[in-house]
Design a protein around this ligand. Structure first.
Ligand code: ZN
Length: 206
């Protein structure tokens, strides 16, 4: 079948379509606009894409996205290592950092419990969290998982698994809209949620 556009352009359009929020028409517009770039600009873009997976690594301590084996937050001497804020994804760290009301460190779970999709505790970075708590430095665990059913279930699971004397486990306050994706919460909402966190007692099991 004849295509309106050359095959290479259609292929790039198909790829761009896979990005979140990009529909077919936008993808096509983006692909066409790439043709207006200079060969040098296009070559640089191609290079940036090809090294993305080798240049961006996960922090060995917290799981954050990083340039090095340890992220800038874990390396910063002024951060309070007695508080660990547990998030589902690294993108949520940027949102909490933007609210400038938290000076502790983080732990990225790499998702949340979704029993219907077969995603259980062994799929989250819980062993790493357990190892961090074993050191005895951490006094507060702040559970900043999403305020929807799965996020709540994940928070309660962690609260029940990690409860121990000398460790306060708290949950970020309502203020983040229920069902909201924390990666996109605005910083004022996030600051309110962090400031109004409350202790989570015991927690139920799944
Ligand atoms: Zn880190």
């Amino acid at each position: 079948m004849n295509q309106i556009y050359p095959k290479a352009l259609v292929e790039i359009t198909d790829t761009l379509c896979r990005l979140p929020g990009i529909g077919r028409r936008t993808a096509q517009r983006l692909a066409l606009s790439l043709l207006e770039w200079s060969p040098e600009e296009l070559r640089r873009f191609g290079e940036q894409l090809s090294v993305l997976l080798t240049k961006v690594v996960f922090c060995e301590v917290c799981g954050n996205l990083s340039d090095h084996s340890t992220c800038w937050i874990c390396e910063a001497p002024e951060r309070d290592r007695t508080a660990v804020c547990v998030v589902e994804h690294a993108s949520q760290i940027a949102v909490i950092e933007a609210c400038r009301s938290y000076n502790g460190v983080y732990h990225v779970l790499g998702g949340r419990l979704v029993p219907l999709e077969g995603k259980g505790p062994e799929d989250l970075r819980l062993e790493e969290l357990s190892a961090r708590l074993a050191g005895g430095t951490v006094h507060e665990l702040i559970l900043a998982t999403s305020p929807d059913v799965e996020g709540e279930a994940t928070a309660h699971y962690i609260a029940s698994e990690f409860a121990r004397p000398g460790l306060t486990i708290s949950r970020i306050a309502a203020g983040v809209p229920v069902g909201a994706d924390l990666s996109y919460a605005d910083s004022a909402t996030m600051a309110m949620a962090m400031g109004g966190r409350r202790p989570l007692e015991g927690g139920g099991r799944l």
